[in-house]
Design a protein around this ligand. Structure first.
Ligand code: F6R
Length: 257
C-alpha cells in the first residue's frame, strides 16, 4: 500500500481527485467505482470543479457504486442514489444510463446482485475504485467477519455502523439494518484502488488496515493483497500508525508521481 499523509482532509482530497482526473484524461472510457458517506465529499467537489473550470470530461465514463441501503427507494433523501445525484452526478457530465448503483428495492436480491457483478464484468471491470473506511474497518458495507472472497450481496449492518451513520439520519431508529454491497473480492478486482480516511475516529481502523495482520475482523486489511492501493490520510486518521516516518520518507521520494 502506498500511504500518503496530508495536513488536512482538503489537501488529501485534492490529491486523490488528481489521481482520478489523471485516469479520466488518460482513459476517457474509464470505469469508476464510487463510494458515498462523508469521506469522499471534498473529492467529488474537486472533480466537479475540474469539470467546470478545466474541462474534465466524464461523458465516456461508466460508474458503479459500492453499495445502497436495502429498503430505501432511489428517491429517499438518505439513499445513496440521492447522495450521488446531489454530491456528484448533477455537477458533472456522466451519462445517467452509465451510472450504476445497487437497487435498494430489488425484489429478487440475489438475482440483482448477480446482475450487478455481470454488469461490472461486461463494462470491462472497474479501473479505479474509490473507498472510504468504516471505524470498524469495513469497506463498502463488508462488515467484520465478511468473507475475503465475498461478492455483491445482501449484508446485515453492525450496530457500530448503524450508530456511526445515525448522524446522517433523524434518529438511530431510521438507519436501515441491511444493505446491498459489492463484496471484498469484487472490490479487489479493481485495477487501482484509492482509500481515503479522515479524523481520529478512523485511526484504529487505519492502523489495523495498513499495519495489522490480514484478518476477516478488519475487512479493509484485505487491501494488503492488492498491488495498487493508495491511501490518503489526514493527521488524525494517521495518528496510530507506527511507521509514519517511513511513509513520509517514501512520500517525499514519490512526490509528483
Ligand atoms: C459508502 C461506504 C462505506 C463508507 C464508510 C465511511 O459507500 O461504502 O464503507 O465509506 O462507512 O463512511 P464516512 O465516510 O461517512 O465516514
Amino acid at each position: 500500500m502506498r500511504v500518503s499523509l496530508y495536513s488536512d482532509e482538503q489537501a488529501a482530497s485534492v490529491e486523490a481527485a488528481r489521481q482520478v482526473a489523471a485516469l479520466v484524461r488518460r482513459k476517457p472510457a474509464a470505469v469508476l467505482g464510487l463510494a458515498t458517506g462523508g469521506t469522499p465529499l471534498a473529492l467529488y467537489k474537486e472533480l466537479i470543479r475540474q469539470h467546470g473550470q478545466e474541462g474534465l470530461d466524464f461523458s465516456g465514463c461508466t460508474t458503479f457504486n459500492l453499495d445502497e441501503y436495502a429498503g430505501l427507494a432511489p428517491s429517499h433523501p438518505m439513499s445513496y442514489h440521492h447522495y450521488m445525484r446531489e454530491n456528484f452526478f448533477e455537477g458533472v457530465n456522466l451519462p445517467a444510463e452509465r451510472t450504476n448503483i445497487p437497487d435498494g428495492l430489488a425484489e429478487d436480491i440475489p438475482a440483482h446482485c448477480a446482475d450487478y457483478e455481470a454488469k461490472i464484468h461486461s463494462a470491462g471491470g472497474v479501473d479505479l475504485q474509490i473507498l472510504g473506511l468504516g471505524s470498524d474497518g469495513h469497506i463498502g458495507f463488508n462488515e467484520p467477519t465478511s468473507s475475503l472472497g465475498s461478492r455483491t450481496r445482501f449484508q446485515t449492518l453492525t450496530e457500530n455502523t448503524r450508530t456511526d451513520n445515525a448522524r446522517y439520519f433523524a434518529s438511530l431508529e431510521e438507519v436501515p439494518r441491511h444493505a446491498i454491497t459489492m463484496g471484498i473480492a469484487t472490490i479487489l478486482e479493481a485495477r487501482e484502488i484509492i482509500l481515503l480516511a479522515f479524523g481520529a475516529a478512523k485511526a484504529a481502523a487505519v492502523a489495523s488496515m495498513i499495519e495489522g495482520p490480514l484478518a476477516a475482523m478488519v475487512p479493509a486489511s484485505a487491501l494488503q493483497l492488492h498491488p495498487a492501493v493508495r491511501v490518503f490520510l489526514d493527521e488524525g486518521a494517521a495518528s496510530l500508525l507506527t511507521k509514519k516516518d517511513y511513509y513520509r520518507y517514501l512520500q517525499q521520494q514519490c512526490a509528483g508521481q
